[in-house]
Design a protein around this ligand. Structure first.
Ligand code: ADP
Ligand code: MG
Length: 417
C-alpha cells in the first residue's frame, strides 16, 4: 500500500485541511492523555514550517449532532498551543461566516482548529453538502487521523473525494507498520490477543492465523476457547454462542500448523471487584461460583518461553481485568516482557485502547516499536479490510514496469487500495 504523503506536494501558501484525531479523554476541562495530540505534531509542524495555511479538524466524543459545551475543543487547543509553543485559535463552529472569514485570513505558516465536527449530524452521515462546505476551506486535504480511518464520514471520505488527498506522517506510519505485519513480518511472528470478547475479534483472528507462527490467547476471550476445549469456566465472562466459532478457529490453527497457547492456570475471584477473595488454580477445573480474572504464573512462563526467539509481535487486548490492580499482573508482566523483546530488536506493535493504556500506566510506551493510535482501525486493518479513509487517499503512481523487483510490488498493490 503506497499512498502519497505531504512530502509529495508543494504546500507553500496553500490552504490545507488536516483531519486529525483529537478524540482525547477529558476531565474537568483538561486533557488527561495527550498522546493523540502529540502524535499529530510532526505533520502540523511540517506543514507550518513549509508555509502552509493549516485548518485542523477533529471530532471529540459523541455529541450526536448537537452542540455540547463539555465536548468543545478548547482544552485540546490549549494543550496543542503548549506543545507547539504558539496560540491555536478554535472557531466557534465548524461552519458559518465567522469560520469562513477566519480561514480566509490565515497567512502562510498559520493555523486554526475547527470546532468539534460531530456537533453537525452531517459529519457522521458523510453528507455531501457538509463535505463540500469543508472542502471549500482548502486546496489540499490531509488525513492524519488513522483512528477514524475505518469510518466513512464527511471529514474522512466525503471531503477527500473533492480535494487532492494525502496521508500525514502519522497515517503513513500506521499504514507502513501494520502493512508490514501482514505482508512481510520477520519470523517467528506471534499474535497475542486478549480483551473481553471473541465476537469483535473473530475476523482478525481468522486473518492473522494465515500469517502468524504462534497465537497466544488470554483475557476474557480465552474463556470461550477453554469452553471450546470442553473445560468449564464457572461464572467467568464467556460467549456461549461463540463456542462453535472458537472451535473452528482452533481447527483452522491446527490445519495451518499454528501453535495456540491458552491459559494453563488462571487467577479466579469470587467477584470481579476490588478487595474480593482470589487465588490461582489450574485452568482444568474452574469451580462453578468463581470468575477467571487473570492468567496465572505458569501461563506467563509458558508465554515468555514461547516468545523468547520472537522477531515480530502484534498484541491486542489485556490478559485480565487489569483495571483492578490485583488482576493486572498478567497484563503488566507481558507488557514488561514485550518491552524487553523490543529492546532486543524485535518489532513489537500494539493496538487497542486498553492494551495501550496498560503499557502507558507502566511508562513503557517509548520502548515499543509502534503503538497504534487507532484501536478499532488497527483491528479492521489487520482483518485485511480496506479502510475507507485510507482507500480515498491518492496512490503513489506505479513505477515503470521495467524498473526493479516486481514480486514485492505486486504484493504491496494487492493489500493496498
Ligand atoms: P483493547 O481495548 O486493548 O482492544 P478490549 O477492549 O477488547 O481490549 O478488552 C479490554 C477489556 O477486557 C478490559 O476492560 C478488561 O477488563 C477486559 N477483560 C480482560 N480479561 C478479562 C476477564 N478474564 N474477564 C472479564 N473481562 C476481562
Ligand atoms: Mg477496549
Amino acid at each position: 500500500m503506497d499512498k502519497l504523503t505531504i512530502r509529495d506536494v508543494d504546500v507553500v501558501g496553500k490552504r490545507v485541511f488536516v483531519r486529525v484525531d483529537f478524540n482525547v479523554p477529558l476531565e474537568d476541562g483538561k486533557v488527561t492523555d495527550d498522546s493523540r495530540i502529540r502524535a499529530s505534531i510532526p505533520t502540523i509542524h511540517y506543514l507550518l514550517t513549509h508555509g502552509a495555511r493549516v485548518i485542523l479538524a477533529s471530532h471529540l466524543g459523541r455529541p450526536d449532532g448537537k452542540v455540547q459545551d463539555g465536548l468543545r475543543l478548547r482544552p485540546v487547543a490549549e494543550r496543542l498551543s503548549q506543545l507547539l509553543g504558539r496560540n491555536v485559535p478554535v472557531t466557534g463552529d465548524a461552519l458559518g461566516i465567522g469560520t469562513v472569514d477566519a480561514v480566509r485570513r490565515l497567512r502562510n505558516g498559520e493555523l486554526l482548529l475547527l470546532e468539534n465536527l460531530r456537533f453537525h449530524a452531517e459529519e457522521e452521515k458523510n453528507d455531501p453538502g457538509f463535505a463540500r462546505q469543508l472542502a471549500e476551506y482548502a486546496e489540499i486535504y490531509v488525513n492524519d487521523a488513522f483512528g477514524t480511518a475505518h469510518r466513512a464520514h464527511a471529514s474522512t471520505v466525503g471531503i477527500a473525494q473533492l480535494l487532492p488527498a494525502y496521508a500525514g506522517f502519522l497515517m503513513e506510519r500506521e499504514i507502513a507498520m501494520l502493512s508490514k505485519l501482514l505482508e512481510d513480518p520477520a519470523r517467528p511472528f506471534v499474535a497475542i490477543v486478549g480483551g473481553a470478547k471473541v465476537s469483535g475479534k473473530l475476523k482478525v483472528l481468522d486473518n492473522l492465523l494465515a500469517k502468524v507462527d504462534l497465537l497466544i490467547l488470554g483475557g476474557g476471550m480465552a474463556n470461550t476457547f477453554l469452553l471450546a476445549q470442553g473445560k468449564s469456566v464457572g461464572k467467568s465472562l464467556a460467549e456461549h454462542d461463540m463456542v462453535e466459532e472458537a472451535r473452528r478457529v482452533l481447527g483452522l490453527a491446527e490445519k495451518r500448523k499454528v501453535r495456540v497457547i491458552l491459559p494453563v492456570d488462571v487467577v479466579v475471584a469470587k467477584e470481579v471487584t476490588r478487595g474480593t477473595e482470589y487465588k490461582t488454580i489450574p485452568a482444568e477445573k474452574i469451580p462453578a461460583s468463581w470468575h477467571i480474572v487473570d492468567v496465572g504464573r505458569a501461563t506467563l512462563e509458558l508465554m515468555e518461553e514461547a516468545l523468547a526467539e520472537v522477531q515480530t509481535v502484534f498484541w491486542n487486548g489485556p490478559l485480565g481485568v487489569f483495571e483492578i490492580p490485583s488482576f493486572a499482573h498478567g497484563t503488566r508482566a507481558i507488557a514488561r516482557f514485550l518491552a524487553t523483546r523490543a529492546d532486543a530488536g524485535a518489532t513489537v506493535v500494539v493496538g487497542g485502547g486498553d492494551s495501550v493504556a496498560a503499557i502507558q500506566q507502566q511508562g513503557l510506551a517509548e520502548r515499543f516499536t509502534h503503538i497504534s493510535t487507532g484501536g478499532g482501525a488497527s483491528l479492521e486493518f489487520l482483518e485485511g479490510r480496506e479502510l475507507p479513509g485510507v482507500a480515498v487517499l491518492l496512490d503513489r503512481p506505479k513505477p515503470e514496469p521495467a524498473a526493479k523487483p516486481r514480486a514485492r510490488r505486486r504484493v504491496a498493490a494487492k493489500a493496498g487500495s
